[in-house]
Design a protein around this ligand. Structure first.
Ligand code: S3P
Length: 442
């Protein structure tokens, strides 16, 4: 099945929107709800393919889960030792978060599991979790470091102190989940701050954690108590609209109830440094996570050198930020972002190819990109065709480029947009993007 977007040039974005629920928090709500005692009620759940993959995996592990219906999910917790071995392989689809966190969670179980994924996930590195988990006593087999991943029952896990070589919330989370089943303490030290949704949600489920600087410590054997979870709108999905409204003259948008956890707001900080006009309205708390309504107005952007310390705080937003950089006046330089090469696609190579196909001077580097912005011109992007390589965030980023294009854009291979942003086309069209979906299931 193939899908594509056609974007007619121009237009502006306006109105009040709520983008779908946070993907990271949705995954974790099912995982922690499944091993908790009692019933966890979730609202605002992301009804996208990735989070649904996680739900289906836990159903296969014997957990009763109702929903999703209009963002409501009810997880009937099986308790710490209530999961049951599945009859066949557990399919994580396109979801790296599902797979990496599950490896940690399943490492401490008394049954065997095999995790599989789609074509993209099957090429993503899993040693980064398998190796430290092996040091905890886990028995994990990969296919040369990639899925399928086989997890054999371990005798007993023991806590370790682990300094992560890469800044990865997925690795940190996998070790903390395994740490729940380990004897003694598990400490994870991060080289740079990464999203802390696992830590916050574990605390909401009654687990006590030590958080000191770059280190987080958890004592094994603690039970989780069910709770209610209000999932905020995903800042990573809001990012396309933050960029779209910034680059399209005359735009003004209000994005409601967006998660603004400080480990996720790098995109706001980077766009503001480029001159974007973004303000936070009505900041408040929702289930242990800070949220706000984001107001964004069009602004003249300028190129910047992105500070490497902001990279991990905006890691999923670089495809959109590269589009913003093309619309800025002057050069933008991104460094320290080699992790982009091992996401749903090689986001450095695929974005550079797409930008070049649309006439932008974009030079990929081993750990980032140099983009010569054309902010002075009304039409930044030449008409053309871009391959999204089945990467949802690449597809949505180039869709926003249509707002500053000189002719129609075609974006190929957009089916996976539904992994993180079901309803993107409709919402974007409502806001003013001249987008039309094409393909077999259009
Ligand atoms: C995620 C962590 C990030 C991010 C991914 C979601 C998570 O991956 O890119 O989309 O939910 O923990 P890394 O931990 O590999 O950086």
């Amino acid at each position: 099945m193939s899908r594509s977007f056609r974007i007619d040039p121009g237009g502006r974005l306006s109105g009040i929107l709520r983008v779908p629920g946070d993907k990271s928090i949705s995954h974790r709500s099912v995982m922690l709800g499944a091993i908790a005692e009692g019933v966890t009620d979730v609202t605002g759940f992301l009804e996208g393919a990735d989070a649904i993959s996680t739900m289906n995996v836990f159903r296969a592990l014997g957990v009763r889960i109702d929903g999703p219906r209009e963002g409501r999910v009810t997880v009937h917790g099986a308790g710490m030792h209530g999961l049951r071995g599945a009859a066949g392989p557990l399919d994580c689809g396109n979801a790296g978060t599902a797979m990496r966190l599950l490896i940690g969670l399943l490492a401490g179980q008394r049954f065997e599991s095999t995790l599989v994924g789609d074509e993209s996930l099957s090429h993503r590195p899993m040693r980064r979790v398998a190796e430290p988990l092996a040091a905890m006593g886990a028995r994990i087999e990969t296919a040369a470091g990639c899925p399928p991943v086989r997890i054999l029952p371990a005798q007993a896990l023991h806590g370790i102190r682990y300094a992560m070589p890469v800044a990865s919330a997925q690795v940190k989370s996998a070790l903390l989940l395994a740490g729940l089943y380990a004897q003694g303490e598990t400490t994870v030290i991060e080289p740079a701050p990464t999203r802390d949704h696992t830590e916050r949600m574990l605390e909401a489920f009654g687990v006590s954690l030590g958080r000191e600087g770059a280190a987080v410590t958890l004592r094994g054997g603690q039970a989780l108590r069910a709770c209610t979870i209000d999932v905020p709108a995903d800042i990573s999905s809001a990012a396309f609209f933050l960029v779209g409204a910034s680059i399209a003259p005359g735009s003004e948008l209000l994005l409601e109830h967006v998660g603004i956890n400080p480990t996720r707001t790098g995109v706001i900080e980077i766009l503001r440094r480029m001159g974007a006009d973004i303000s936070l309205r009505n900041p408040r708390q929702a289930g242990g996570e800070p949220v706000a309504d984001l107001q964004v107005r069009a602004a003249a952007l300028r190129g910047i050198e992105v500070p490497p310390e902001l990279v991990a705080l905006a890691i999923d937003e670089f495809p959109a930020l590269f589009v913003a950089a093309a619309c800025a006046e002057g050069r933008t330089v991104v460094t320290g972002a080699a992790e982009l090469r091992v996401k749903e696609s090689d986001r450095i190579a695929v974005m550079a190819d797409g930008l070049q196909a649309l006439g932008v001077r974009a030079t990929p580097t081993p750990d980032g990109m140099v983009i010569e912005g054309r902010g002075g011109e009304a039409g930044v992007f030449a008409p053309g065709v871009v391959a999204a390589h089945a990467d949802h965030r690449i597809a949505m980023s180039f869709a926003m480029a249509g707002l500053r294009a000189r002719g129609a854009l075609t974006i190929r291979d957009t089916l996976n947009v539904g992994t993180s942003f079901p309803g993107f086309e409709t919402l974007a069209r409502t806001a003013g993007l001249r987008i039309e979906g094409r393909g077999e299931d259009a």
